[in-house]
Ligand binder design. Structure first.
Ligand code: DGL
Length: 283
């Protein structure tokens, strides 16, 4: 079997790379839904439908476990698909199949606590609050998933989200680094204005942003820690596989990259992030 990695576009490559580092023998099947990217400005129901279609494509192509390397799909679609679609689909196909997301591992990394550990004592006095800034797509920001789930787990961590409406599209279309740096700088300043200071830590809460993580580092005060979603996702997958022997990561190290969009080489930002040209096949 193989592990499917799904994103609207090239952003999930940042997660894919962390999975390759962690599981060098794993057979990985990447699907970019570039025909429908970006997802971040779409209505929720469309994001659910597109994410379901992406998972089916990956399951049909041999994946048993799909990692949604997309915050927008994880925030908007994952719970719904796990509750309303996946159980029936498993019965229909008679296969052990599952879909995992990227938000839970990120929140575990941000809070330093396992997901299952919610707080039940809310009357303790909190002395100091750290501020976490989350840069994300408008859909992820509107879901308030980071605010809600972190508040249930860690009350001394305040979350401020900064929606970045056009940024994933710009990265997907290979915008120049100067143009991207200017846009990212504007978002960092907007977040600073909203908080009243820069955040103590930040999450690049859209996998596309990791492709230009250095530009976010430049836009934030030197040394601001960035919670690394790709590594957090690899950690979570490692724990999941250890507890679910039904799923194996594969053993031939096969890598395939599929797109619903135009097959062929990906843009220059991918080349510099990946370290070499990367060619996608038609899905
Ligand atoms: N890379 C995605 C995310 O993590 C989706 C970006 C988009 O398609 O808008 O949210």
């Amino acid at each position: 079997m193989s592990i499917g990695v799904f994103d609207s576009g090239i952003g999930g490559l940042s997660v894919h790379r962390a999975l390759v580092d962690r599981f060098p023998q794993a057979d990985l099947l990447y699907l970019a839904d570039q025909a429908n990217a970006p997802y971040g400005g779409r209505p929720g129901e469309e994001i659910v439908d597109l994410t379901r279609a992406g998972c089916i494509r990956l399951f049909d192509a041999g994946a048993s476990l799909v990692v949604l390397a997309c915050n927008t799909a994880s925030a908007i679609a994952l719970r719904r698909l796990q509750q309303t679609w996946l159980p029936g689909y498993r019965r229909e196909t008679g296969r052990a199949l599952n879909v995992l997301g990227i938000i839970v591992p990120t929140i575990e990394a941000a809070t330093g606590q396992p997901w299952a550990q919610e707080i039940d004592h809310r009357d303790e006095q909190i002395r100091k609050v750290d501020v976490l800034g989350v840069f994300s797509t408008p859909a992820t920001a509107a879901s308030r998933v980071f605010e809600i789930e972190i508040d249930k787990r860690k009350q001394d961590l305040a979350v401020f989200s900064e929606p970045c409406p056009d940024l994933a599209r710009m990265i997907e279309q290979g915008a120049g680094r100067d143009e991207l740096a200017a846009r990212i700088g504007e978002h960092a300043i907007a977040l600073k204005r909203r908080i009243g200071r820069f955040p103590d830590r930040a999450v690049l809460g859209c996998t596309h942003y990791e492709i230009v993580a250095d530009l976010f580092r430049d836009a934030l005060p030197a040394g601001t820690p960035l919670i690394h979603q790709p590594d957090a996702t690899a950690d979570a997958l490692e724990r999941y596989l250890a507890h679910h022997p039904d799923y194996v990561a594969g053993e031939t190290g096969q890598r395939r990259f599929l797109t619903t969009g135009t097959p062929g080489p990906q843009n220059g930002l991918v080349v510099s992030f990946w370290g070499s040209p990367l060619v996608f096949e038609a899905a």
